[in-house]
Design a protein around this ligand. Structure first.
Ligand code: UD1
Ligand code: CA
Length: 457
């Protein structure tokens, strides 16, 4: 089938410079959600109709399998679809989606397409409909006495009786493509909004012997669109609830499914526990028995089996081995690679650094641009001085080094295996293995010293 995504509307009610369809839901533009769902149906052609902010939209979602059609003026949904016609394959049906309706499931779309395909001798014109308690604002599905769809009437054109109809047009339709050009060309805009309504094609299809048929989504939220920030926030919650539900079904323990945000994909092993208020972004993998404490942010990272991530830990573009302990208040920045059994504690920042098996940096340290071996103990307040004001340099700490508290390692520098560094040392040249490194300092105990006292006015 062809798939056309209508995305030319301007989204005035978003009150934003960003085109409506580029507003993010779960960290991804609304339109990208629709495109991703469309892709799962393997369309022969995938066309996005753009108008307002068209260039920005192309830039944001452009891909080899996506074609764009420009609707310079927003003259209605029928006019919008007409702009895509030259790009379509006339031999297969065309599914029409909206760029601001992000959560429709592929299974629902497939059902609609199948229903239309099985409608009769001629392919049907399929309409995805739902029945709402409050149908105000939507196009209504008008049926005859036998229950057959006759037409769709827009809210603004509907009679008082028609406004009582609770079954509405979600806007998602599937239509035969070959006759579509003729039907669209025949549309008139003599209606309440002065627009070329796609909904008026229904009558043309029926007249040409293509029965109008309907299908329904599994859930009404699948067809909800975004016209305002309120609706965007509502759909974000719907989506997050669905994600949490899927994690629970897969066996993940969530302290509170309502206090979890996944903006990307979160892959969990068995017996994973996630406490409240965690945010996961990009591709995140938590292996078996990982537990994540409250208020953690984890972006594009993999965490090995049995690792404990304690509260307020922040991880980005990092890989952590098994049985590690991170936080509370640890920060792993891009390029942090931690082997099994590593401990990185409170207020420790690790960037572009490898830390070997079983090594520990438990308190208040910065480990950047470094290669730390196995079994290393990094004392509190240790700093790798990686930046000389112009360039970054590496610090190499070999296996079984003991770094005393408050050590500065001025890179580039290498500390040989088994070295002990005394507390408060500035290491500014390489240290041969198995030695003790210290700076000569004296401690003086001065007698007769008088501490200043605060003057009284
Ligand atoms: C449309 C339907 C209505 C349905 C409702 C569901 C028509 C005439 N009406 O109404 O029956 O109940 O959706 O939400 O089709 N768009 C363009 N170019 C245009 C006009 C619209 O690309 O010239 C796009 C919009 O960006 C949006 C979609 O089409 O994604 C729907 O447009 P909108 O103006 O929201 O249609 P409604 O009047 O709500
Ligand atoms: Ca709308």
């Amino acid at each position: 089938m062809n798939i056309v995504i209508l995305a030319a509307g301007m989204g005035k009610r978003m009150h934003s410079a960003l085109p409506k369809v580029l507003h993010p839901l779960a960290g991804k533009p609304l339109l990208s959600h629709v495109i991703d769902t469309a892709r799962t149906l393997s369309p022969t052609r995938l066309v996005v109709v753009v108008g307002h902010g068209g260039e920005a939209v192309r830039e944001a979602v452009g891909a080899p399998d996506v074609q764009f059609a420009l609707q310079a003026q927003q003259l209605g949904t029928g006019h919008a679809l007409a702009q895509a016609l030259p790009l379509l394959d006339a031999n297969v049906p065309t599914l029409v989606l909206y760029g601001d309706v992000p959560l429709t499931r592929a299974s629902t779309l497939r059902r609609l397409v199948d229903t239309a395909g099985a409608a009769g001798e001629k392919t049907g014109y399929g309409i995805l409909t739902v029945t709402l308690d409050d149908p105000t604002g939507y196009g209504r599905i008008v049926r005859d006495a036998a229950g057959q769809v006759e037409r769709i009437v827009e809210q603004k054109d509907a009679s008082v009786e028609q406004r009582q109809i609770a079954e509405i047009n979600t806007g998602i339709v599937v239509t035969p493509t070959a006759p579509l050009a003729g039907w669209l060309a025949a549309l008139k805009n003599d209606n309440a909004q002065g627009e070329y309504y796609l909904t008026d094609v229904v009558q043309a299809a029926i007249a040409a012997g293509h029965p109008a048929v309907t299908a329904q989504p599994d859930a009404a939220w699948e067809t909800l669109g975004v016209n305002s920030k309120q609706q965007l926030a509502e759909l974000e919650r719907v989506h997050q609830r669905n994600v949490a539900e899927a994690l629970l079904v897969a066996g993940v323990t969530l302290a509170d499914p309502a206090r979890l945000d996944v903006r990307g994909s979160l892959n969990c092993g068995r017996d994973v526990f996630i406490d409240v208020n965690c945010v996961f972004e990009g591709e995140v993998t938590l292996a078996d028995n990982v537990s994540v404490g409250p208020n953690c942010v984890i972006r594009s990272a993999s965490i090995g089996a049995g690792t404990r991530v304690d509260a307020y830990t922040h991880i980005e573009n990092a890989a952590v081995g098994a049985n590690a302990v991170l936080g509370p208040y640890a920060r792993l920045r891009p390029g942090a690679k931690l082997a099994d059994g590593v401990h990185v504690g409170n207020f420790v920042e690790v960037k572009n650094a490898n830390i070997g098996v079983g090594s520990k940096a438990n308190h208040l340290s910065y480990v950047g641009d470094a290669d730390v071996g196995a079994g290393v103990n990094i004392g509190a307040g240790t700093i790798t001085c990686n930046y000389d004001g112009a360039n970054k340099h590496r610090t190499i700490i070999e296996d079984n080094v003991f770094v005393g508290s408050d050590t500065q390692l001025v890179a580039p520098v290498r500390v040989g295996r088994g070295v002990t560094i005394a507390a408060g040392t500035t290491v500014w040249k390489d240290v041969p293995e198995a030695t003790l490194a210290l700076n000569e300092k004296t401690q003086i105990a001065k007698t007769g010293y008088v501490r200043p006292v605060k003057k009284k006015n």
